[in-house]
Design a protein around this ligand. Structure first.
Ligand code: PLP
Length: 365
């Protein structure tokens, strides 16, 4: 088998410090786990405004991301919508990358456009186009550091440099990479968003969203949006997500190592037409990823050869689970009607077992 890919060791420095920070740091209590404060109000504080368990999760994420404010909310969609509702108003203009998570596309098309916000989708790889678009006053740009499901890797520092020239805010969704691989605020992003439902929690057992703002003024607008729009994270989910977070670095290492092996296997397979994975040297995003990231991520997207029936492949899987989410301990495969792209979230299993299951399913097609 031809291994088209290898992990550059240059990209891995600094993980040790992160591993300690994710376990320790930011605690206000000498306890082995954070308590769950289930109360709707404590003293004079109502839980829609703040809660100590949610605040403990926020303190830990802030410690990892840098920045001035972290706000935890009920889901990744709440994180995106509260950020945008908090910072945009009628008549504003928002530029987004052409490939973004489906739910956010619907949010922009069905809600923000109808509220009078001009939303323009462009190829964010094209910095000259971005610069031309920003000549018309634009309040914010939004993109995913690695897009779902196409796995485009954006040149975040370069985009931020262009945005700075025009005074435009930069909102970044870093769900697929996590702060373990890439920290956008260190590169000057104004807001970093995560669906904590995915890798941060990491066990497929709690929805959550996290927003960290570089400047307090932007962060306070998002905090107010949470208070008024009400997408509050439950204390039980805050506990579950904080518990999952402690093992993020070791999980991410394994997710990424497994993804690399799966991508290498699939890129040599005659029933697979295209493999999208930035760790592959053939990927147009490979060099940029080596320059920016500690690892290449745990997700692989593929397109089959035209003769392969996706449903036959799906039915033939025995271990890999068909499902909607990603970043879970088990490998999850997603097929959706609106795109020919099949997304694989590499789990923590033995890589031979993941590859064996995919290989058998492909043989059945
Ligand atoms: N952002 C990205 C990049 C996602 O992939 C998703 C969900 O898949 C979300 C946001 C929304 O997250 P949630 O499902 O937690 O609302």
């Amino acid at each position: 088998m031809q291994h088209d890919a290898e992990i550059s060791t240059d990209t891995q420095h600094g993980l040790d410090e992160f591993m300690t920070k994710v376990v320790h740091g930011s605690e206000t209590l000498n306890a082995s786990a954070i308590p769950i404060y289930q109360a709707n109000s404590i003293d004079q504080t109502y839980a829609r405004h703040s809660n100590p368990t949610v605040a403990a999760l926020e303190a830990k994420i802030l410690h990892l991301e840098g920045g001035s404010t972290t706000i935890a909310v009920a889901s990744g969609m709440a994180a995106v919508s509260h950020t945008l509702f908090g910072n945009l108003k009628q008549g504003d203009r928002l530029i987004v990358h052409k490939h973004i998570f489906f739910g956010v596309r619907v949010l922009l098309e069905d809600y923000f456009r109808s509220f009078g916000i001009d939303v323009i989708a462009i190829d964010m790889h094209d910095l000259e186009l971005l610069s031309r678009c920003l000549e018309i006053p634009t309040q914010a740009i939004y993109f995913e550091t690695m897009s779902n499901p196409h796995l485009d890797v954006i040149d975040v520092p370069a985009v931020i440099e262009v945005a700075r020239r025009f005074g435009t805010l930069v909102f970044v969704d870093n769900t697929l990479l996590t702060p373990c691989i890439f920290r956008p605020i260190a590169h000057g992003a104004d807001v970093v968003i995560h669906s904590a439902t995915k890798y941060l929690g990491g066990h497929g057992d709690a929805l959550g969203g996290i927003v960290t703002a570089k400047d307090a003024s932007v962060g306070e607008k998002i905090r107010k949006a949470r208070r008024i729009l009400g997408g509050v994270l439950s204390p039980a989910n805050a506990y579950t997500l904080e518990r999952g977070l402690k093992t993020l670095p070791i999980r991410m290492e394994r997710h990424c190592d497994n993804a690399m092996k799966v991508a290498a296997f699939l890129s040599g397979h005659d029933k697979v037409r295209e493999v999208l994975y930035p760790g592959l040297r053939s990927s147009p995003d490979h060099n940029r990823s080596v320059a920016l990231m500690r690892y290449f991520g745990g997700m692989i997207s593929i397109q089959f050869q035209p003769e392969v029936k996706r449903e036959t492949f799906a039915k033939a899987l025995r271990m890999c689970r068909l499902g909607y989410s990603f970043g879970e301990p088990g490998t999850v495969v997603l097929l959706q009607n609106w795109t020919p792209v099949v997304r694989i979230s590499a789990g923590l299993e033995r890589p031979e077992d993941i590859i064996g299951d995919l290989s058998n399913a492909l043989a059945a097609c």
